[in-house]
Design a protein around this ligand. Sequence first.
Ligand code: ZN
Length: 315
Amino acid sequence: MDNDILFLEPVFKTVIWGGTRLRDDFGYDIPSETTGECWAVSAHPHGDCVVAEGRFKGRTLSDLWKNVPELFGTDNTGDFPLLIKIIDAKQDLSIQVHPDDEYAAKNENGAFGKTECWYVLDADEGATIVIGHNAATKEEMISMIDEKRWNDFIRVIPVKKGDFFQIEPGTLHAIKGGTLILETQQNSDITYRVYDYDRLSNGQPRELHLEKSKDVIVCPFEQKDPVPAEPAKAAYIGGGTMKRLVSCRYYSVYEVDVKIKGWLGGEYPFLIGSVVEGEGSIAGHPVKKGTHFIVPNDFGTFEINGDMKLIVSHI
Ligand code: ZN
């Protein structure tokens, strides 16, 4: 019993752009009719998940990371490295960009930058998303921002269920209304807001961070293949399929479609999982859409049963 899987209680965030799909689609007990974020696996001080059951019941992920490091195969230095969220965008989010580690360390009191990725759980008919921009050079980017030529500048593309986007630091991005996504990201909060559709919040426009944005936006925008040549560290065999969505220096993310029965394992220090469709069991423990868990270090290959889709990740 030394290697229990950690099942986590999500933390919810009320935001102006949120909706009710975290209740309607996932069955969560949400705090408001504008709940936009479910922090599903988080040790961040703004939303530290608590273990739901078992011998660590009631303890936070940050506490376990620091005080029971053997669960994660780490030496308990630094912070828990990742943050997994489900985002329900009923309305458009502001258009933003994140710095890389180097820029954040220099300009944000030693903070980390942010690399993130989005798996689209669902999208309304005709929904779109902002990924990248259309400026060819840094000079053109700066003049498009200064002249507020947003329609020319911002790259808006159609989005549908099952799409995946890796968002490197320096990439302009925004989720638009009618989109439900699962986000895997570096555990950082440093965001520069570029454009907020000239909306008012409590009668005031929200603060923009144009100078820092101009520093960090990469020109021209380039879409790279997020899956490198090196072999994956996790593998699934049995009924269904596993597809690697990305591997980068911070994380690898996979989509696993389980049909009846299979086995998942690999060379990762620990594994994060989210059930995003269906139901079944993980190592004999019942799970369903909306269950989030961490498979601890040295747990080994484990059996999965059921008819469900998981998004799993590791560092
Ligand atoms: Zn972001």
